[in-house]
Design a protein around this ligand. Sequence first.
Ligand SMILES: [Zn+2]
Length: 415
Amino acid sequence: MEAGKYSMGIGDRFAMQAEAQLAAIQKASDNGIDIIPVWNKSNREHSTIGSHPAQTREAAEAAVKKLGWDKPWFVDADHINLDTVDNYVEHCNFFTIDVADYIGTQAISTDIERFASANTPFAGSLFIPGLDEQITVSMDMIKEIAGKFLFAIQQAGKIYRHIESKKGKGNFITEISMDEVTEAQSPLEMFFILSAIAAEGIPVQTIAPKFTGRFNKGVDYEGDVALFEREFEQDLLVIDFAIQAFGLPSDLKLSVHSGSDKFSIYPVIGKLIRKHNKGIHVKTAGTTWLEEAIGLALAGGEALQLVKDIYAESMGRFDELCGPYSTVIDIDKTRLPEPQEVMGWNGETLASSLRHIPGHPLYNPGMRQLMHVAYKLAAERKDIFTTLLAQNKELVAQQVTENIYGRHLKRLFDL
Ligand SMILES: [Zn+2]
């Protein structure tokens, strides 16, 4: 199975927007850029909402049928580990094995020694084609990197083999993610991580490192764009070299998690993947839920009131909602409007505060991030929320499609 050169992870928390999401990808295809849709949903999201991977698959399947999509598509078991994978096995054909929690745990010392000696050929001056400078690598550096990552990749191997035993080799895409950590992995670390992945026999097709800078959910990149550009290019070159050196799948590509809304680095990513003729997987956060909230705000009446109520409650339950997302959100509480104030707003004002249009005077990134993690509160009102979505289907779908196509795909692929 192949994820194609370009693929996009789309999250659909309430499984009602698959068609509107696919419409955006169809639009890109009509304009000459083929992108494979991948519907992703993590266990955290499923348990918050009370949904099951079977529903994600059904919704995607229905959208594919309705729009007559005849290219590949996938359902991603997002951020799974051994404890959570079994729920997904039957319904998914893309597995994101998350090793973030295992990073830093030491593998047994004989394994570290064995790994280091297997990688002896890369000690000394490491020349990676395309990189300006050679990298000096000592055996101690290799051991240090192994100490940090080898155990995590051994765990990934266990999870991979578990999935393979159930689904059969070659019947699914394997991604390895390590983005939900505080420290970015350097290109050299990435190189030896790929060495360990190959040694585990994992046919990894996408890899999601933690890049330099902040990748907060639903808002723009925060960090040094020039540094990001340098590291991203180094990662592309390291992957190319690792494919040759370790015999990894030739279509192995980078995956950018929390990749929605990173408008300031899309031109950089687009430029570099075109320069090096590489693929990319961009996994958007579940920002489709925000577009649902925006659509409901614009609908006015009961729908607008529901969005206001959710915002008001999210202020009261701030720590509970933000806690699980602490590495991927960054909210300046002092810039959040008081709920009483928001109660007086019209739909357009609320929509403009939540909608990500850089430079728009009403756009409020803190409010957007808080609402992003407040989908739990919509889930607590699931009946009325989904009823209102159904009643305002067209208006909501417009927001969803425009967000993915107009603000994301256009920027990324220079459409
Ligand atoms: Zn992630």
